[in-house]
Design a protein around this ligand. Structure first.
Ligand code: P5A
Length: 442
């Protein structure tokens, strides 16, 4: 992508409304624009990050055996009357009437709708286990939307729903998602802590939140400090291995388990002072096992191996991609801007032409840009007619992990500089060596 043809909406001034660093940087770097309270446009730079976050989520959901579909944002009130949540949900639910005066709502979650999909098609235990997910907008009329897309009214959610014949099967489905979540967040360069949680309006008796440590987080976490060094399940994880996944779950929820309040954790006192970690964090995912709450109310049953009808056991599993993006920024930035982990960077590299219009600089940059594009590197070429200082500031702000800097003096001897955005380290290389460095591993 050539910057001269991109739509990058950098702000020079610090936006006054932004209270936390991720919100400030997302506005300054031109990632999002507020349209009304808690409702955002994802501008092209932000959209690229969101797409990469979603791609990782999707890959890990698929790997764990979940199957993608797409349900609508608008739902009929009837479904929610069946489950009893239409009245219970309260003011957070945006209620709408269509031209026939039929009550509709903008979905805050999809337990009812997926149960309706399930009961329409699945009749036998032979079709289980089943886990269906989508990545779709939700709306919750939060009392206090704040911190940009961290807590917005309209937001994206990956929500998965598992169906099993009995509790045992459902617990395995829960453990599958548990392991998939650890992998998902780690691939984004994040360390997520699973914390025992309340089930709230979703219901059920087993639930974990996944928390990213950050000072600006809204949740409080207590756990053993070793928690931060636990292994993440590998790419070879067998999601059908019941005992193996149980072991992963047990390890992460053992006596080291994270909790939100001291008194909530009898085993917690066993952790000697000095080995305890207490911190603040951002909830980026939340998983629930709620048994037959919705399947019972809505008649989702299958024929079991015994020939009898069984009400299916369900769980639901959420991740907030539009919250994950600011959470990643909270975890990875400096005073000059964002420092993207490569896996979610809007651009993996930026080529900075220090003197656009200079024949030799233009030729060197075109050569590097072309070679990186050919090799499949997501590269941005700053070909604009601007002074070098402004280009450096932009590059640091938008946070591509690697900068390739080409100026007249270096180019005259066939050299460019490579700067690592995270460490700030610079290295002078020949143009060929720079191309090799950036294309190896792609
Ligand atoms: C689980 C999937 C549920 O809704 N039903 C379907 C269950 N869980 S949840 O905890 O309420 O939400 C799941 C995740 O969605 C993100 N999220 C938000 N992101 C931005 N702004 C909001 N207002 C918001 N509310 C929820 C969080 O990442 C949460 O973990």
């Amino acid at each position: 992508m050539r910057l001269s043809r991109f739509f990058l909406t950098i702000l020079k001034e610090n936006p006054k409304e932004a209270e936390i660093v991720s919100h400030r940087l997302m506005l300054r770097a031109g990632m999002v624009k507020q349209q009304s309270q808690g409702i955002y446009t994802w501008l092209p730079l932000g959209k690229r990050v969101l797409d990469k976050v979603n791609a990782i989520i999707r890959e890990e959901q698929n790997r764990s055996g979940a199957v993608e579909l797409l349900m609508p944002t608008l739902q009929s009130a009837e479904l929610w009357q069946e489950s009893g949540r239409y009245d219970a949900y309260g003011k957070e639910m945006l209620r709408i009437k269509d031209r026939q005066e039929r009550p509709m709502l903008y979905g805050p979650t999809n337990e009812e709708m997926i149960t309706d999909v399930f009961r329409s098609f699945v009749k036998s235990y032979k079709d289980l286990p089943l886990n269906l997910y989508h990545i779709q907008l939700k709306f919750r009329d939060e009392i206090r939307p704040r911190f940009g897309t961290m807590r917005s009214r309209e937001f994206l959610m990956k929500d998965a729903y598992s169906f099993d014949l009995n509790r045992e099967g459902a617990v395995h489905a829960y453990n599958r998602m548990f392991a998939a979540y650890l992998r998902t967040f780690s691939r984004m360069g994040l360390r997520a802590i699973p914390m025992r949680a309340d089930t709230g309006p979703i219901g059920g008796d087993l639930s974990h939140e996944f928390i990213i440590l950050a000072d600006t987080g809204e949740s409080e976490v207590f756990c053993h400090k070793d928690f931060l060094n636990f292994d993440i399940p590998g790419v070879d994880t067998n999601f059908d291995d019941v005992a193996g996944l149980r072991a992963i779950f047990d390890k992460w929820t053992s006596r080291y388990a994270a909790t939100s309040e001291m008194h909530d954790a009898p085993a917690f006192e066993a952790i000697p002072e000095g080995e305890r970690l207490s911190a603040r964090g951002i909830e980026v995912g939340h998983i629930f096992y709620f048994g037959t709450k919705y399947s019972e109310a809505m008649g989702a049953k299958v024929q079991g191996p015994d020939g009898k009808e069984h009400t299916v056991h369900m769980g639901s599993y959420g991740i907030g991609p539009t919250r994950l993006v600011p959470a990643i920024i909270e975890a990875s930035h400096d005073e000059n801007g964002i420092i993207w982990p490569k896996a979610v960077a809007p651009f993996e590299a930026i080529v900075i032409n220090m003197k656009s219009g200079d024949e030799a600089c233009d030729a060197a940059c075109e050569k590097i840009y072309g070679a990186l594009l050919n090799a499949g590197v997501d590269v941005l070429y700053d070909d604009k007619d601007e002074r070098a200082g402004a280009k450096f500031a932009t590059a640091d702000l938008i946070g591509a992990p690697v900068q390739v800097i080409a100026g007249p003096r270096g180019v005259a001897s066939g050299e460019v500089e490579i700067k690592d955005r995270k460490t700030g380290e610079r290295e002078t290389l020949t143009i060929e060596a720079a191309i090799n460095r950036l294309t190896s591993g792609n």
